[in-house]
Design a binder for this molecule. Structure first.
Ligand code: PLP
Length: 449
C-alpha cells in the first residue's frame, strides 16, 4: 500500500467481504461461493449464520471435548482477562502457568513431571523435536540428529512437523528444509484390518520397521521417533494391538527417545487423560494441544520425563538452560482456560464417559457397513473413520461432497480427509445424539453420487 493510499485507509468493517481471508486447508474458491459460516455455539451444537442448529460431529477440530461455550471455562477466561491480561514467562512468571503445569503433570502417567508450553499442536511437535535433539547434545550424544516419523503421520505444519510428517500434500512444496528425517511405514492394511473395532489384532510386527531404519542409519545418528498413538488427521488409524509396546522396546534397545504426539488423543478422546495410559506405554515426551483448553484459547505444550528435564539442569545457575520459547508460552488467559477445562473434565467424569460410550459408539458406526460407497469403518475411543470409495480419477471429491451435504442438508458437521469421514464428537454427546449423528451420516451416504 502506498503512503497516499494509506492516508485514505478505510477503517469501516466490510462484513460481507469473504475475499480477503485466505482460508487454511480449505478450497477457498468453492467455500466462498457457498460458505459454511458458523456464528455461535453451545454444548453439542454450532449455529449457522442462518440460525440452523448444526450437530458438532467433530468437536470442532478435535478440540471441544467438553462441548462448546461451557460456563465454567467461559467465566475463568473472563476473570483472567480482567485480572492479568498478559505477563511474560521469560525471566518472569505468573501463577496460572505454574498451576496448569502442576495439574497436567499430576494427570500424566509415570514421571512425565515437567511441562513446557506453546500455542498450538504444530509448535508442540516442533518443541518436542527440538528438546529431543538438545537432550542428546547435553548428554554427550550430539551425533543423534536424525528424527523418525511415520508415513501418514501428522504433526502440524511447522518445518519440524512436516519433516517427520507423512502426508504428501503437506510436504511436497516445501522440499529442502525436510532433509534428514526418515519414516516408519504406516500401520494400515485393509486386507488384514478392515472394519476393526478398537486396536486391530494384526500389525504389531510393523514396529519392527524401526529396526530397518536403525540398520540403515545406525542408532548413533537417531535422536527420536515421533508417532501419534492413533493417527487422526490421516483418516483414523488405531495402533495395532502391541505395536506401541514394541516400538518402546526397540527405542529402549537403541537409546532412541520416543515421542507420542497426543494433540488429538489426549484429554479423553480414547477414554483416558492420555492415550499412553490406554496402551500402558510411557513415552519420553508427550505433545498436547487442542483439548487442553477445549479449543477455547490456543494452547499447546509438551510433557517430558524427569531424565530429560534434569539433563538440562547443569551449568551456572544464572544461565538459560534451553534456548526455546514463545512470547505467549503459558499465556495467563490460556492457562486459566486450561485449568478450568481440566476441572470440568474431572467434575463431569468426561474421560470415563468416553470409555463407557465406546462400545455403543462402535455399534452405531459399524452399522453403516454396507451403506453406499463405504469401503471400511474403523472405531477407537470416541472416534470413527469411514473410508469411502473414491470417485474414479477424482480422489477427495466424494468425501468433500459428503461434508458439504452434511452441513447444508443434514445440519451436521463432519470432518473429512480426502475420502475418509472422521467423526469425533464432544465427549458430552448423549446416546440419542450418537444415533442422530450416524443417522445423518447414513442419509448423506445415500444421496451421494
Ligand atoms: N499433531 C497432531 C497429531 C495433530 O492432529 C495436529 C492437528 O490436528 C497437530 C499436531 C497440529 O496442531 P495445530 O493445528 O494446533 O498446529
Amino acid at each position: 500500500m502506498s503512503e497516499a493510499q494509506a492516508a485514505e485507509t478505510v477503517w469501516e468493517p466490510s462484513p460481507n467481504d469473504l475475499e480477503s481471508f485466505w482460508m487454511p486447508f480449505t478450497p477457498n474458491r468453492d467455500f466462498k461461493q457457498a460458505p459454511r459460516l458458523i456464528s455461535r455455539a453451545k454444548d453439542m451444537h454450532y449455529y449457522a449464520a442462518d440460525g440452523r442448529a448444526i450437530m458438532d460431529g467433530t468437536a470442532g477440530l478435535w478440540c471441544s471435548n467438553a462441548g462448546h461455550c461451557r460456563g465454567p471455562i467461559v467465566e475463568a477466561i473472563q476473570r483472567q482477562a480482567a485480572e492479568l491480561d498478559f505477563a511474560p514467562n521469560f525471566q518472569f512468571g505468573h501463577p496460572k502457568a505454574f498451576e496448569l503445569a502442576s495439574r497436567l503433570t499430576t494427570l500424566a502417567p509415570g514421571d512425565l513431571n515437567y511441562a513446557f508450553f506453546c500455542n498450538s499442536g504444530s509448535e508442540a511437535a516442533d518443541t518436542a523435536l527440538k528438546i529431543a535433539l538438545a537432550y542428546h547434545n547435553v548428554t554427550g550424544a550430539g551425533s543423534r540428529t536424525r528424527l523418525i516419523g511415520r508415513e501418514r503421520g501428522y504433526h502440524g505444519v511447522g518445518f519440524g512437523g512436516i519433516s517427520v510428517g507423512g502426508i504428501a500434500p503437506n510436504r511436497k512444496f516445501f522440499g529442502t528444509a525436510l532433509a534428514g528425517a526418515d519414516h516408519l511405514r504406516h500401520t494400515y492394511d485393509r486386507e488384514h484390518q478392515a472394519y476393526s473395532r478398537g486396536e486391530p489384532e494384526w500389525g504389531a510386527h510393523l514396529a519392527d520397521d524401526l529396526e530397518r531404519l536403525v540398520a540403515l542409519h545406525d542408532a548413533s545418528t537417531i535422536a527420536a521417533v515421533i508417532v501419534e498413538p492413533m493417527a487422526g488427521s490421516t483418516g483414523v488409524l488405531a495402533p495395532p494391538r502391541g505395536y506401541l509396546k514394541r516400538l518402546r522396546e526397540i527405542c529402549d534397545r537403541h537409546g532412541i527417545l520416543l515421542v507420542f504426539d497426543e494433540v488429538i488423543t489426549a484429554f479423553g478422546r480414547l477414554g483416558h487423560a492420555f492415550a499412553a495410559e490406554r496402551y500402558g506405554v510411557l513415552p519420553d515426551i508427550i505433545t498436547f494441544a487442542k483439548g487442553v483448553t477445549g479449543g477455547t484459547i490456543p494452547l499447546g505444550g509438551v510433557l517430558v520425563r524427569d531424565h530429560i528435564y534434569q539433563a538440562f539442569m547443569n551449568g551456572p545457575e544464572h544461565a538459560i538452560e534451553l534456548f526455546h520459547g514463545y512470547t505467549y508460552t503459558g499465556h495467563p488467559v490460556a492457562a486459566a482456560a486450561g485449568v478450568a477445562t481440566l476441572d470440568l473434565y474431572r467434575d463431569e467424569g468426561l474421560f470415563e464417559r468416553a470409555r463407557a460410550l465406546e462400545e455403543m459408539w462402535a455399534d452405531a458406526a459399524h452399522a453403516l457397513r454396507g451403506e453406499p460407497h463405504v469401503a471400511d469403518i474403523r472405531t477407537i475411543g470416541l472416534v470413527a473413520g469411514i473410508d469411502l470409495e473414491p470417485v474414479e480419477g477424482k480422489p477427495g471429491q466424494r468425501g468433500y461432497q459428503a461434508m458439504k451435504t452434511a452441513f447444508h442438508d443434514h445440519d451436521t458437521m463432519i470432518r473429512i480427509t480426502a475420502d475418509t469421514i472422521a467423526l469425533s464428537p464432544p465427549l458430552i454427546i448423549g446416546e440419542d445424539q450418537i444415533g442422530q449423528l450416524f443417522d445423518a451420516t447414513r442419509r448423506v451416504l445415500r444421496v451421494l453420487d
